[in-house]
Design a binder for this molecule. Sequence first.
Ligand code: PLP
Length: 434
Amino acid sequence: MSEENQPYQINEQGHVAIGGVDTLDLAKQFGTPLVAYDVSAIRNQIHHFQSVFEDNHVSYEVSYASKAFASIAMFQVINEEGGHIDVVSGGELYTAIKAGFPMERVSFHGNNKSAAELEMAVDNHVGVIMLDNFHEIEVLQSILHEKQATINVMLRVTPGISAHTHEYDQTGQVDSKFGFDIQSGQAFEALEKVLTIDSMNMLGIHAHIGSQIFEVNGFEMAAKKLIDTLAEWKSKNGYEAKVLNVGGGFGIRYTESDDPIAPEQFVDAIVKTVKAESAERMLTTPAIWIEPGRSIVGPAGYNLYTVGSRKDVPGIEPYVTVDGGMGDNIRPALYQADYEAVLASDPTKKPDETVRVAGKYCESGDILIKNQPLPATHPGDVLVMLATGAYGYAMASNYNRNPRPAVVFCENGEAKLVIKRETFADLVARDLTI
Ligand SMILES: Cc1ncc(COP(=O)(O)O)c(C=O)c1O
């Protein structure tokens, strides 16, 4: 395994390090549970994506799907790397505004954007609105009319490609709540409608076929289907798309049993398919946009927990309980997501037992890891859970009125607090008395 592909770094003391910072020091300085990101890993992944496009000589945008983890600091890093972002709510858009993120590099997604959210997007001149349904076309049209404004739009379509992955993560198939269906002609109907609206500048087509995908052929099929669709649109009404956005979904390593190809290899296959298919269908190759979320922040993020109580019942795998759980990472409870954890002080120490790493929340399903081989652990030991950077903190809650953890960015041996730990006072800040 190359150094870059190793799921964690080990420092001279033999401890797990993140961005050159010792995880035991992080736990001591910031407390646990803690979310820590290796910022160089985020930057490197963006560069890897960018290089694929540069090498293939195509116009492109790498649009970070910020639902995976959105914060002011995160948006500042994406801005420094020249990336786009995709937002799906007024809250994510507000965060981008507060980060000083250039609005022309923002795409606004969502299957039920409110009129207020659409107005906010128009007022802030976001780069493109991803139109998802006929109702939205009407609402946006009237907002643009009222404000005498214009905006770039793209049509989100469902190409009917169902990627091989967990059911909850599939969004590309015909039976989906997202986007316009191609097969039944809805997508073409939407195109015709949009082309009659002068205040909308139709940039192109978007599809997202699923998440945590390991096989490249789903993306190739989707790219081919989208080019076929563009060729059909061109022959039917002369419309030629400038942009083809193939979404995200590139699978990452969560545990030893995952063996994905590098995320940029998916993109290389997509780009080559789009170029070849465009040439064959006599289309100018459109700019190719991707929207990776998980592959940019997932492997770069780690959750640090402190071990507390333990329960042993003869004949049953022990429970080792940590000071966090489903409130800071709901993925194991929500869709049986698998993770790995290591002992911060000695990650390669021979395991003595296989345990369940349990959370502290009042739900039997709050088990972070079902079968984790570990050396003997003691209260106060720090565990580092790997690859927690995507859809972990982003889905965090205050269940049981637990404060959400702090988030730190680690880079070149320095740790910077980028989201403060919530306090008990924060938890009651919006409560009113009777
Ligand atoms: C439209 C769209 N783009 C991009 C993504 C990001 O997917 P991933 O984080 O798997 O790369 C999603 C995830 O749900 C999405 O719905």
